[in-house]
Ligand binder design. Structure first.
Ligand SMILES: Nc1ncnc2c1ncn2[C@@H]1O[C@H](COP(=O)(O)OP(=O)(O)OP(=O)(O)O)[C@@H](O)[C@H]1O
Ligand SMILES: CCCCCCCCCCCCC/C=C/[C@@H](O)[C@H](CO)NC(=O)CCCCC
Ligand SMILES: [Ca+2]
Length: 577
C-alpha cells in the first residue's frame, strides 16, 4: 500500500449525516468516520477504529476489521477521476456544541460548501466503476481550498490524456459501437475533462489510412479504438506505419529496428472476440476501459512483424494461427451477418473437417530469458518477467550498437520441425478472451519480447477435442504428446507444397483451387487441401510462407495488465459509501 506521505489538507467534513476526518496527501485522499459517530455492531464489543484502506491487500480480516473498512476509505490520487463543486439546496453548518444544523443556501458561487470527488472503484472480475462521494464543508472558503488542492494534484499527473482521437467502427460485433461510446464512454470523458475528436469509420481500412496520411497526431495524447480486434489491428497498422515514416525508418524492411509509437492506444471493446482488451485489462467492459484511459495507464506490448520474401505483410499482437484457426476465420468471414456466433459455428465445422497441413517450422528460441510457456505464473500488472526481459533486450540492443558481431551469435541457433500439423499457433500474449479465459498460451507475456509457438501435430479427432476443451478448463492444453510449445523471438513457416515462389504466386493469383485439391494421405475423403491460411489477429493473410519477428514494446496501451484481486474486493460490496 502507498504511504500517505505529508498531509496537504486535513479537515473535519461531513459525508451524508456523519462527520469524517478527511485528509489529502500527494498520493492519497482518506476519509475516516469520527469516533464520536460510532457504528453500532450488535454482536461484537466496541473497539477503537484505526485507519484501514480500501485498496490494501489484507488477509484474515476479522469482523471488526471489516466494520472498520466501512468507516474509513482511502483512494489513491492517481485514481481520482475529477472533483466538482456542488450546488446544494440545503447545506449544514456546525454549531458551537459540535452538532450540525441545516441552513439555507445563499445565492452565488462563493457560497458553495460541498464538493464531490469521482474516483475509481474496483468491482468483481476486474471491472472498474466510477464511484462518487460528496463532502460538505463548514465554510465556502474551506470547500474552495479542498477543490483547488485536489485539482492541483490531478493536474500534476502528466500521464493523463487531455486530447484523444477516437475511431468508432459502427459494424463491429453486434453493431453497438456508436451506442456504447455515446452512452457509456463519452459522459465519463466529459466528466474527466478529456476532449475528443470522434470519427466513425466509413469502410474497412478507413481508420488505418486516416492515421497513415491525414490525422494531425501532434494534437493528440492518444488514440481510442471503439471496436474489436480487427479494428485495433487497423489502428496499430496506421500508427506504426506513420511513426516509421515520420522517423525516417523504412517500415517494409524486415531487418530495420522499428521505432516505438509515442501515442498510447485505448480499446473500448465492441467486437466479437476483443481478446486484446480482455488480456490487457481482464474484462471486456467499456466503462472499465474508459477509466483506464482517463487515469492514463500505460502497458507496453510486443508486436510481431510478418514478412513474406522480405515483403512486409502485417503486424500481429495476439494470434497468428495456421490450420485450425486460419480455417475457422476463413469460414467465419462468409458468416459475418451472424455476428459473434459465427466463430462458434465455424469452430465446430472446422473441428469436424479435421484438416491437417504439412510444412516446416523453423524458429529461434528465446535464450537467457526469464519464464517458460509452461509456467504456472501469469503475466499480471507490474509483471517482473516483462520488466526483466525488456531490460535485458534493451541492454542487448545497446551492446549490438557497439559490437554488431554479438547479434550474429543467435543466428546459429535455428531449429526446424517438419511434419503434419492440425494447428500452428503463435501467441504473443495469452489471447485470453471470454471463450477461453486463460487463453491459447496462459503463461505468455504482454511485453517480454517473445511469442509462444504452439505446434499441434496430426492426431485423432478425439485427441484434438481434448486439446481444444482444455482451453476452457484448468487442465494443461500443452500436456499432450502431440502438442509442443516453444518460446521464440522469430520463426518461419514453409508449407510443404510451396517450394517455389511461382507455385505460390499462382495460388495467390486466385488459381488456388488447383492446389487446394491436391490429394494426399487424408484418411477420411482423400482430398485434403494442401494449404490453410494464416489468421493474423482475425485477418486472413494472403501468403502461407511467412517470416515472423517479435518487435519488443512497439506500442503502448491505456491499460496496466490484469490486476490480482485484493481480499477486500472479494469480501466487501463494491460501493461501500
Ligand atoms: N465502416 C466500416 N464498414 C465495414 N467494415 C469496417 C468498417 N470499419 C472497420 N471495418 C472493418 O471491420 C472489421 C471487423 O471489425 P472489428 O474487429 O471491429 O469487429 P469484429 O470482427 O466483430 O470483432 P473481433 O475482431 O474482436 O472478432 C475490421 O477488419 C475492420 O477493418
Ligand atoms: C469444439 C470446441 C471448441 C472449444 C475451443 C475453445 C478455444 C478458444 C480459444 C480462443 C482463442 C482466441 C484467439 C483470438 C484470436 C483473435 O486474434 C481473433 C480476432 O478477434 N479471433 C479469432 O480468430 C476467433 C477465433 C475463434 C476460435 C473458436
Ligand atoms: Ca510476448
Amino acid at each position: 500500500m502507498e504511504r500517505p506521505g505529508r498531509l496537504l489538507l486535513l479537515s473535519e467534513l461531513r459525508v451524508r449525516n456523519s462527520a469524517y476526518d478527511v485528509s489529502l496527501s500527494r498520493s492519497l485522499l482518506t476519509w475516516k468516520r469520527r469516533i464520536s459517530s460510532p457504528v453500532y455492531h450488535p454482536f461484537r464489543p466496541r473497539q477503537d477504529f484505526d485507519l484501514v484502506t480500501t485498496n490494501e491487500t489484507q488477509v484474515n480480516l476479522s469482523n471488526d476489521q471489516l466494520l472498520q473498512k466501512r468507516v474509513c476509505h482511502s483512494v489513491s490520487v492517481s485514481e481520482i477521476i475529477s472533483v466538482r463543486e456542488e450546488e446544494e439546496e440545503n447545506i449544514c453548518k456546525r454549531r458551537d456544541d459540535g452538532s450540525w444544523k441545516k441552513i439555507k443556501e445563499r445565492e452565488g458561487k462563493d457560497c458553495r460548501q460541498a464538493f464531490t470527488v469521482l474516483y475509481v472503484e474496483r468491482c468483481p472480475q476486474h471491472r472498474w466503476r466510477c464511484a462518487e462521494v460528496t463532502f460538505t464543508c463548514s465554510e465556502a472558503a474551506l470547500c474552495q481550498r479542498w477543490v483547488n488542492s485536489i485539482r492541483e494534484q490531478l493536474s500534476a499527473i502528466t500521464s493523463r490524456p487531455k486530447q484523444l482521437l477516437v475511431y468508432i467502427n459502427p459494424y463491429s460485433g453486434k453493431r453497438q459501437g456508436k451506442r456504447i461510446y455515446e452512452q457509456k464512454v463519452a459522459p465519463l470523458f466529459a466528466q474527466a475533462g478529456v476532449s475528443t475528436h470522434v470519427i466513425a469509420t466509413e469502410h474497412a481500412d478507413y481508420a488505418r489510412d486516416h492515421l497513415r496520411t491525414e490525422a494531425e497526431l501532434k494534437k493528440f495524447d492518444g488514440v481510442v479504438c471503439v471496436g474489436g480486434d480487427g479494428m485495433f489491428s487497423e489502428i496499430i497498422h496506421g500508427l506504426i506505419w506513420r511513426t516509421q515514416i515520420d522517423g525516417g525508418v523504412d517500415p517494409n524492411c524486415a531487418d530495420e529496428a522499428l521505432l516505438p509509437c509515442s501515442l498510447r492506444i485505448g480499446i473500448i471493446p465492441a467486437g466479437s472476440t476483443d481478446c486484446i482488451c480482455f488480456a490487457t485489462v481482464g474484462t471486456n467492459d467499456p466503462v472499465t476501459s474508459a477509466l483506464h484511459i482517463i487515469v492514463g495507464d500505460s502497458q507496453p506490448m510486443d508486436v510481431c512483424s510478418v514478412h513474406h520474401n522480405n515483403i512486409f505483410l502485417r503486424y500481429s499482437v495476439s494470434l497468428l494461427g495456421y490450420g485450425f484457426y486460419g480455417d475457422v476465420l476463413t469460414d467465419s468471414e462468409r458468416k459475418r451477418w451472424m455476428g459473434p456466433a459465427r466463430y462458434d459455428l465455424s469452430g465446430v465445422k472446422m473441428f469436424l473437417t479435421h484438416h491437417y497441413y504439412e510444412g516446416a517450422v523453423s524458429y529461434l528460441p528465446a535464450r537467457g530469458i526469464m519464464g517458460t510457456p509452461r509456467d504456472a505464473a501469469r503475466c499480471r500488472s507490474g509483471c517482473v518477467v516483462c520488466q526483466h526481459n525488456g531490460k535485458q533486450l534493451s541492454e542487448k540492443a545497446e551492446r549490438y550498437e557497439m559490437d554488431e558481431a554479438s547479434e550474429s551469435e543467435s543466428e546459429g541457433e535455428w531449429r526446424t520441425i517438419r511434419g503434419k500439423f492440425l494447428a500452428i499457433n503463435a501467441a504473443s500474449m495469452s489471447c485470453a478472451c471470454p471463450r477461453s479465459p486463460k487463453g491459447l498460451s496462459p503463461a505468455a507475456h504482454l511485453s517480454d519480447g517473445t511469442t509462444d509457438l504452439i505446434l499441434v501435430r496430426k492426431c485423432s479427432r478425439f485427441d484434438f477435442l481434448r486439446h481444444l476443451l482444455r482451453h476452457t478448463s484448468k487442465d494443461d492444453q500443452f500436456d499432450l504428446n502431440f502438442v509442443e510449445v516453444h518460446r521464440v523471438r522469430r520463426f518461419c513457416f514453409t508449407p510443404r507444397h510451396c517450394q517455389s515462389d511461382s507455385d505460390l504466386d499462382l495460388r495467390e493469383n486466385g488459381k488456388h483451387q488447383i492446389f487446394s485439391q491436391i490429394c494426399r494421405d487424408h484418411p477420411a475423403c482423400g482430398c485434403a487441401p494442401a494449404y490453410s491460411s494464416w489468421n493474423c489477429d482475425g485477418e486472413i493473410l494472403t501468403h502461407t510462407a511467412i517470416d515472423v519477428r517479435v518487435q519488443s514494446n512497439l506500442i503502448r496501451l491505456f491499460a496496466r495488465g490484469i490486476e490480482e484481486p485484493t481480499v477486500f474486493e472479494d469480501l466487501t460490496s463494491p460501493c461501500a459509501i
